[in-house]
Design a protein around this ligand. Structure first.
Ligand SMILES: [Fe+2]
Length: 372
């Protein structure tokens, strides 16, 4: 399967992963064959993209690091919390919601512990209708994976999970017209946005389920290693590791998301960008632990190999991020091959030359090669 922008979808393509709204409604299920009408509806709804089957990797479904149901539940709980209206009862209701979130964090940690060998292989695990809620959950999961790699205790993982899922809690106090502004922010507007760190800290401290350590994450997640961040301009060890991990995951997930003002950055570019921030924006040790859990060439990425052949990435082995397992289907001269698999971790002479835009070679593979 591979992910395509909605503008690239064509009738006859088959959906490979279900798509949900952030309230949990199933929008389109796996196996559905697209029609012109469905595609029109997706465009109207503003859906950015879909995973579709391409006939080359049907027997290798990509597994997320946590179950779809758990992710969806977390997204809904964050949504309930972050859309809580201001008022006298707000805090009381928020308390109940945070207790539910705490139970979900425990479930996420259990699932991650049970699937230690998986790396993050999905390029878009967002529901289609709201960036913020899915982003909070993605940052939480990516941070917990990093925490596991660093060998954090169960107690610290819980603080990390709570603090990261609530890292942008303070944004509920930022006026919506500033938060959703598609054009450039004025200095004054940006200074209001920056205050979401302190507001989030204060709000988190009012909630008994959130420890002081977890509350440090909303406060410090925009601090940067050499003092370039805000609100405190803290440096190095002044920034708590848990908050720095959140900062790394926040940057990565924001880069790899489609936004109103720019399309997603390809995962391998976001990977290289982060690798270059070690010792500058972030502590190198933490960046390295983060990158161990991310596939720079996620399953479904189309690549041209150093041999000139074209292949589809079908999996990534932990510890060998740049040498995924690929399925070769086109020769260097463009001839169609009987697809065969190549493990680039073992074939050390062959490497990835470039990433090819996702919709190329699709027509021939879908229409002719799709077994029913
Ligand atoms: Fe933030």
């Amino acid at each position: 399967m591979r992910r395509l922008a909605v503008s690239r979808l064509r009738p006859g393509m088959r959906v490979a992963r279900p798509l949900y709204s952030s309230s949990g409604t199933l929008l389109i299920n796996r196996g559905v064959v697209l029609t012109a009408g469905i595609i029109r509806r997706l465009v109207e709804l503003g859906v950015p993209g879909l995973y579709i089957e391409d006939g080359l990797a049907l027997d290798l479904p990509v597994e997320d690091v946590i179950r779809d149901e758990t992710r969806l539940k977390a997204v809904q709980q964050v949504r309930e919390l972050l859309t809580a209206e201001n008022g006298a009862e707000r805090l009381q209701r928020a308390l109940v919601r945070v207790e539910k979130i705490a139970r979900t964090i425990d479930e996420i940690i259990d699932e991650l512990l049970a699937k230690k060998d998986l790396v993050v292989n999905l390029t878009d695990i967002r529901t289609w209708d709201d960036y913020t809620f899915c982003h909070s959950v993605n940052v939480c999961v990516l941070s917990l994976l990093t925490g596991l790699t660093l060998g954090l205790s169960r107690a610290d993982l819980f603080h990390l999970g709570m603090g990261t899922i609530l890292h942008d809690l303070g944004k509920v106090k930022v006026p919506r017209d500033i938060l959703n502004k598609a054009t450039r922010l004025t200095d004054e507007e940006f200074s209001v946005i920056k205050r979401h760190t302190q507001w989030g800290y204060q709000m988190a401290q009012e909630i008994a389920t959130v420890s002081r350590l977890a509350a440090t994450i909303p406060l410090q997640h925009h601090e940067r290693y050499q003092g370039q961040g805000y609100p405190g301009g803290l440096q190095g060890a002044e920034i708590h590791d848990l908050a720095a991990i959140c900062g790394i995951a926040d940057v990565f997930d924001a880069l790899t998301a489609d936004r109103i003002y720019r399309p997603a950055v390809p995962v391998h570019e976001a990977y290289e960008y982060l690798a270059a921030t070690g010792g500058y924006l972030f502590d190198y040790r933490l960046v390295r632990a983060f990158l161990e859990n991310v596939a720079p060439y996620p399953a479904g990425t189309l690549v041209r190999l150093s041999t000139g052949e074209v292949a589809l990435v079908v999996g990534t082995r932990r510890g060998k991020p740049k040498c995924p397992l690929v399925r070769v289907f086109l020769a260097a001269d463009g001839r169609r091959l009987a697809p065969y698999e190549l493990d680039l971790a073992e074939e050390t002479q062959v490497y990835i030359g470039e990433v090819i835009p996702g919709d190329q070679f699709l027509h021939s593979t879908t229409v002719e090669g799709s077994p029913d």
